[in-house]
Write a protein that binds this ligand. Structure first.
Ligand code: PLP
Length: 451
């Protein structure tokens, strides 16, 4: 009797994925040549593939992971919530995890941004803030204020409204005909030392258009998707003063730089630390809106938050439904995600920022010698974000670096010629040294004659 033939081997996860999954930010025709890594497990900063190989998640899985993968504290918090109330709609109902999260975030702004609207991802938070800004002006009898201002190379997400205030050509060009028109103003960049000039450009635009402008939206301190473009907090203080002077809202998009990434819980706090400009009143200190997402659940569940000032909130206060803020989506205020976010805040309450200062200096020290590498320029850092630019980068550097780095157990995705690390908050001196060695080894492989 013929032996029963062994079952045909399952198609590999990679080839099944390329059949069935439309991967984001990926030209699928090219993905055949460099297929996605089949990741089966995560532990701390490490991701493990189906062959048991490990990779250090140096970009925190697109900037969302804070404490490493499969963090025990987050797992426990989510599990506890799962056993009692995973989700209930937030219209007509409320629940402790959402209320507690909103109260705690408000407290972190000293009550300046005391009202919290819940979304599910960064782009939707941007859409919500744009709508709230416009609608609040309309409620105040200024319906003409419906234009938005964003910065050159800024990134605020890729839904149609968010993309309209995004200036990254690769994401925007194909869809440009669909987008509302926004004003794009010169952005500050410490490499160019143009902060004063960028503020002057903003002043010129607002002087001309303020009557029609609802809000200016910025990424505080670091324009992430532009390639970790960094600038000084003085720009933010200047921008706050300008937007007050011209009666325009300021939206701080802290989706990437919030939750301790910058070294403070909110990146905006670096501007506060400069002190108030002459004549400022307390409500001038914070932006009108502040957006969080990415790290707020430590990379476990999708959640975003739009915090706003009392002045914005009061503009909607009325018996009329049409003057209320109208934005609904199914998973708003999801209890599991809120429980995860509260567990993230617990870490900050327990003194995480002090640890982050130490971690950031480990990174600084380990990478400092790289500044002398012949192919490295503009080595820069803000808290737990470290970046440099590759000199004379060949075309396709980002992809080549990514592939080479994998051979050194490093998962990293440069942007253009900018190599950056945005690691989970688990960096001790040995880890920082290991990361610097892996980056140096990758550079050596790509550029054997430079050092
Ligand atoms: C990632 C990001 C967004 C968009 O968030 P998604 O969750 O990807 O929609 C918006 N703004 C900034 C600054 C971001 O980094």
């Amino acid at each position: 009797m013929a032996a029963v033939s062994a079952a045909a081997p399952l198609a590999s996860l990679q080839s099944r994925s390329l059949q069935a999954v439309w991967h984001p930010c990926t030209q699928m025709a090219r993905a055949q040549k460099s297929p996605p890594l089949p990741i089966v497990r995560g532990e701390g900063p490490w991701l493990f593939d189906d062959q048991g190989r490990r990779y250090f998640d140096a970009n925190s899985s697109w900037w969302v992971n804070l404490f490493g993968h499969s963090d025990a504290g987050l797992r426990a918090a989510i599990t506890r919530q799962l056993e009692t109330l995973p989700h209930v709609m937030l219209a007509g109902c409320t629940h402790e995890p959402a209320v507690r999260l909103a109260e705690r975030l408000s407290a972190r702004t000293g009550g300046a941004l005391g009202h919290c609207f819940f979304g599910s991802d960064g782009a939707s938070a941007v859409e919500i803030a744009l709508k709230q800004s416009f609608h609040s002006w309309r409620n105040l009898g200024q319906p003409d204020k419906r234009e938005f201002v964003c910065l050159r190379n800024g990134y605020h997400g890729e839904t149609i409204g968010a993309l309209a205030v995004t200036d990254v050509a690769i994401f925007r060009d194909a869809y440009d005909p669909l987008l509302m028109r926004a004003h794009i103003v010169e952005s500050p960049d410490a490499r160019q030392g143009n902060e004063a000039q960028a503020l002057a450009a903003m002043r010129a635009l607002l002087a001309e258009r303020a009557g029609r402008v609802a809000a200016v939206i910025v990424e505080p301190l670091v324009q992430g998707a532009a390639g970790m473009v960094m600038y000084a907090p003085e720009y933010l203080r200047g921008l706050r003063a300008l937007t007050r002077e011209f009666g325009v809202h300021l939206i701080a998009d802290e989706i990437a730089v919030g939750c301790g990434r910058s070294g403070r819980f909110f990146a905006w706090e670096h501007a506060l630390a400069l002190g108030d400009p002459a004549g400022a009143v307390p409500q001038d200190r914070w932006p009108d809106f502040l957006l969080l997402s990415k790290g707020i659940t430590g990379g476990t569940l999708p959640l975003s938050l739009v915090l706003c000032s009392d002045a914005v909130y009061q503009a909607f206060w009325s018996e009329e439904v049409g003057r209320g803020f109208l934005h609904s989506h199914s998973y708003t205020g999801n209890a599991l995600a809120c429980a995860a976010a509260n567990a993230v805040l617990d870490r900050f309450d327990a003194g995480l920022l002090d640890e982050l200062a130490a971690q950031a200096s480990h990174l600084r020290e380990a990478f400092a010698p790289l500044a002398k590498h012949g192919r490295v320029e503009h080595l820069r850092q803000r808290g737990m974000i470290l970046a440099f630019d590759v000199v004379d980068a060949p075309a396709g550097l980002a992809e080549a670096f990514h592939v080479a780095a994998r051979r050194h157990e490093l998962l990293i995705r440069p942007i253009g010629r900018t190599v950056y690390l945005m690691p989970p908050y688990v960096v001790d001196a040995a880890t920082a040294g290991w990361l610097a060695d892996a980056v140096r080894a990758t550079l050596a492989e790509l550029f054997p004659h430079a050092s």
